[in-house]
Design a protein around this ligand. Sequence first.
Ligand code: SF4
Length: 720
Amino acid sequence: MADKVLTVCPYCGSGCQLHLLVDKGQVIGAEPAGGRTNEGTLCLKGHYGWDFLNDPQILTARLRKPLIRKNGVMEEVEWEEAIQYTAERLLAIKEKYGPDSIMGTGSARGPGNEANYVMQKFMRAVIGTNNIDHCARVCHGPSVAGLTYSLGDGAMSNSIPEIEHSDLVFVFGYNAPETHPIVARRIVAAKQRGAKIIVCDPRMTETARISDLWLPLKGGSNMALVNAFGHVLVHEELYNKRYVEAHTEGFAEYVDSIKKYTPEYAEGITGVKAADIRAAMREYAKAPTATILYGMGVCQFSQAVDVVKGLASLALLTGNLGKPNVGIGPVRGQNNVQGSCDMGALPNVYPGYQDVTDTTVRKKFEKAYGVELPRKKGYPLTEVPHLILKENKLKAYYIFGEDPVQSDPNAAELREALDKMEFIVVQDIFMNKTALHADVILPSTAWGEHDGVYSSADRGFQRIRKAVDPQGDVKPDWAIISEVATAMGYPMSYANTEEIWDEMRSLCPLFAGASYQKMEEQGGVQWPCPTEDHPGTPYLYKGNQFSTPSGKGRLFACEWRPPQEQPDATYPLVLSTVREVGHYSVRTMTGNCRALRQLADEPGFIQISPEDGADLNILDGEIVAISSRRGRIMARAQISDRVKQGATYMTYHWWVGACNELTADFLDPVSKTPELKYCAIRLERIADQAQAERDVHESYQRIRRQMNVQEAVLANKVTR
Ligand code: SF4
């Protein structure tokens, strides 16, 4: 009989608890557990996403030994040599160019909070820079910046289980069934209990399909729509005057900013009928409890922070904060992107969202770490290509559990930047496109092979547990980073993850009471949890006391700005990058699971409208060529009447149909998050489909060969 090991799913911020079934040292299955957020349910990634631990080499092989590039070729080496070499190269670069010439990442995926804590400590105390960031920069960075401004905390104000008890769920730019299936179940449950569902999304998503009101706005018009919502609330006197007076600030400026955004004016920008804008806000304002949920359709625009503040203002205007079953929920995408932010893998804050420019805070960390710490903020991840290619400021990059060549915009420019760097360390579990540029590859344990804590999207710390021994000569991420630190002259020696966690808690008032023991006893702890006897906090702002400097919520509106790159005669269509339910992030984990790979395969899809398909003479399922000002790729056409004419959608999981060869790196000016939801492209029919299929196959095999997949596996001669 298989052993059962209780842990947390590694695939999205829903934080579902599951049991891994282990037999003879191998994971053979998974069963749902009764976690706070999933209550005995899992989606298909939770059920079948464990298989990569068995290394089936579908996409690529697990990394099993450290590698160093020697004479242009990656060679296996012993750990001692890899650690020593990494330490020497980093020390030499720090000595020659200064600590700010080195950049590092945290990892929002499998490693866990403790590894992120150790990584930020390494960058700050050992390298001596605040140049640490991670993939939150390309997703919910605007939520952290916007909600911190408006309410005081860059996180969901409510909890995932509360969603289904809300009387109205207001979904903006968020496709829960694809990104967080278990959150989607809560939305469906809310509807079954009688809640109204309102969806703002250009595409007919599954949530839009079951909604009471769908507002199909034009891509890139979010701020105009949010302003018009505010206009209706104010001018129809639907807002909660007593609440606004007592608990908010900036009302007069807000009213001034939304003055011209009548529903009719906004209709001209958004394409949403003025009557529907009014109807949406009348329902939102009259619901006894209303919850806003939003996602990448808000955050991946160059005006994202403004829109986050605008959405928070709707909750403030109607008093939908500070009590159960209301609030605003930026539902974080990857399993631990909330956690890597919590742990300070960001260039402007230490763990627990403590400002690096605050002298009192800095001195506290200096005392704990025993060294002077840098005083200025570090670089955001999305500025790395510019800092290398245009400003020549970065010389080394320690990339930990990320694959920016696959996940970040404008891949060609990023590759050019990486090739210009003097030294690149990649620490990961699989070969990936970024690792092809590495000088050193440090192989680490995966989820299922180590202990730790993840943070769910609703601020929930939960324990993850080791189920199996790793195959190969690999180490936990925190241990590798500690060894590099020690070799650089800063001894770091933790016995286990709990010791790291306790050090972190001692420095972070927000998390101080969230001990391992409490997580064991309660099944998890939602922060804030300031003391040992505090149970944690399901929803924020009880008593409408906000964490802003004045304790009040800040209202905000401003002028709408159109997206940066507009379609034209050469590139007449708009591309938006989205997610699909069976795969996760850069796909190295889900793509190496036998059950999940059956759902979809290379080169991936591009969704287009029937009208555009007819205009371009493209049939459903055909391979098409797609180009933008930055690159050209192939993908399979998926003709869908859920898509508006002129709009196209691709997921970013695919190696051949890699949409980030096309995307642009225009950034939000505050959060520096790229406009991944909007760039101009051209679509072309390929007449010789048989040749196109061969080209796709060859490119896929070429990439897998680069990743060291064995020839016998490539030829399907062995089955693992
Ligand atoms: S909803 Fe997210 S956390 Fe839950 S099982 Fe699915 S992928 Fe895992």
